[in-house]
Design a protein around this ligand. Structure first.
Ligand code: AMP
Ligand code: MN
Ligand code: MN
Length: 443
């Protein structure tokens, strides 16, 4: 089979790429016409004399919607050309010809998504993207006691939207409890305090929250927004928002945010990729938990290719513990108790432990993994005394034993094998209550 190979000089290739990127940004930032749902520039081909450029675009939607959007784009070519001239320095700014891309690559991509998701999910992903594209001011938050997934997805999404020219209000319900092991992540400077977030925003995005209560003091801001978008991967998600992008099969919320960004065609640099990679790595326990799938590795690979600093993530998150934390770990391991007939291992942390070691609770997020490696256990529990005297209980399980239902029956929630709740009793009472609950259950 013979094939005609066209030789494109490097210079023109660079011009093509620069125009493609610039036009993508212009469409995103400047074209607010709602008739243009979401559109991706798939390629640009500029003639060597720079007089003309063919711009291939792809979009999702019904035939009619695509036709309308094409009409709007064609009318806007003068505007697009002017904007392009300001962003890409060329001797001459080419006339633009917009062409609808039906190419095999696009239909393959759409087919791939069709294959992966149910039809309603597609429109869901599409409507999520168009809601994000249309809103000009957006609040974003993840859950209280933030973990790597909530911090990573929050900062990653905040940076993308900020770069798309939106006014973003990314916020943590408890910003003063920012976990020190995620201090290295980029985008942190965008965070605002809860009282700095405007009320009545056009859009509020809740990340990694199975129910609105997980937003803590930000619930009011979420409720006052014109539209609430819930992006999450908890199986017990209550689909509480106007728009719910919930996939319990996803390893992490960061994975879902990655899919949104990729599908929207937003540019993703190393900083955003590093945030999202952090979410994937921490929620999968470094690709070891049950939520790790071939797709998780594929996404990790794509994030690595996008420039995620995978070595820095591991170094900062796992190989950078404070001495205070390490001493606290010693205490917690020292006092592990085993309840043999229930294959349970548990331990606890008190406020006195924190005072005496100097450790802080946010850095103890992975401590429970040390308990679960004890041979012969199927369930592990870690009881952490909070400042107000209540106790946060973290549960993990394996070999088919599910702690999700136990956490739910005790007023919390989570995944089948990683769940939690908050108990009103003291440490001793909380332990007794949990052991009772476990004893009362058959396998
Ligand atoms: P943790 O032990 O805090 O890492 O939590 C394990 C999992 O359970 C995470 O997915 C949490 O989102 C979830 N979880 C923990 N506490 C609660 C709660 N009070 N309500 C709902 N979900 C929770
Ligand atoms: Mn989480
Ligand atoms: Mn998560």
């Amino acid at each position: 089979m013979s094939e005609v190979i066209e030789v494109i000089p490097d210079r023109i290739k660079r011009v093509n790429e620069a125009c493609k990127e610039a036009l993508g940004e212009i469409l995103l930032e400047k074209m607010k016409d709602p008739r243009i749902g979401f559109v991706t520039v798939t390629s640009v081909e500029v003639t060597p004399d720079l007089r003309q450029a063919k711009v291939w675009v792809s979009m999702m939607g019904s035939e009619e919607e695509v036709e309308t959007a094409m009409g709007v784009l064609e009318k806007a070519t003068g505007f697009l050309r002017k904007e392009l001239g300001q962003r890409v320095r060329m001797r001459y700014t080419p006339e633009l010809k917009i062409i609808l891309d039906h190419g095999p690559e696009v239909s393959e991509r759409v087919q791939g998504i069709l294959h992966e998701l149910e039809e309603e999910d597609i429109s869901e992903l599409g409507s999520v993207i168009s809601a994000l594209m249309k809103a000009e001011a957006i609040g974003i938050s993840s859950h209280e006691n933030p973990d790597g997934d909530s911090v990573g997805s929050l900062l990653g999404l905040a940076m993308v939207l900020n770069r798309a020219g939106k006014r973003v209000f990314p916020c943590m319900p408890e910003p003063w409890k920012y976990p020190p092991q995620y201090a290295f992540l980029p985008g942190r400077e965008l965070l605002v305090d809860p009282d700095e977030m405007e009320g009545g925003l056009e859009l509020f995005v809740a990340l990694d929250c199975s129910n609105p209560e997980r937003l803590g003091p930000l619930q009011d801001k979420a409720a006052s927004a014109a539209m609430l978008l819930n992006i999450d991967h908890h199986e017990d998600n209550q689909l509480y928002a106007g728009m719910n992008l919930v996939d319990a099969g996803a390893s992490s919320t960061s994975e879902l945010v990655y899919k949104v960004i990729k599908e929207a065609g937003w540019p993703m640099g190393p900083d955003i990729a590093t945030c999202l990679y952090t979410g994937v790595v921490t929620d999968t326990g470094r690709f070891q938990h049950i939520n790790t799938s071939p797709e998780t590795f594929a996404i990790a690979s794509e994030l690595t290719a996008a420039g995620a600093d995978i070595f820095q993530v591991v170094k900062e998150v796992y190989d950078n513990q404070s001495l205070a934390y390490t001493r606290l770990l010693g205490r917690v391991l020292q006092r592990i108790k085993i309840v043999e007939d229930r294959e349970l291992a548990y331990s606890y942390i008190t406020q006195l432990d924190l005072d005496e070691t100097g450790a802080v609770l946010p850095e103890t997020e992975d401590l429970i993994d040390h308990l679960r490696s004890v041979r012969g256990t199927r369930v592990v529990a870690l009881f952490k005394e909070l400042e107000d005297g209540k106790v946060r209980v973290s549960l993990r399980s394996r070999d088919g034993f599910e702690v999700g239902p136990i956490a739910r029956s005790l007023g919390g929630g989570g995944h089948a094998m990683a769940a939690g709740y908050t108990s009103d009793s003291d440490v001793e009472g909380s332990i007794a209550g949990f052991v009772d609950e476990l004893q009362g259950r058959s396998d």
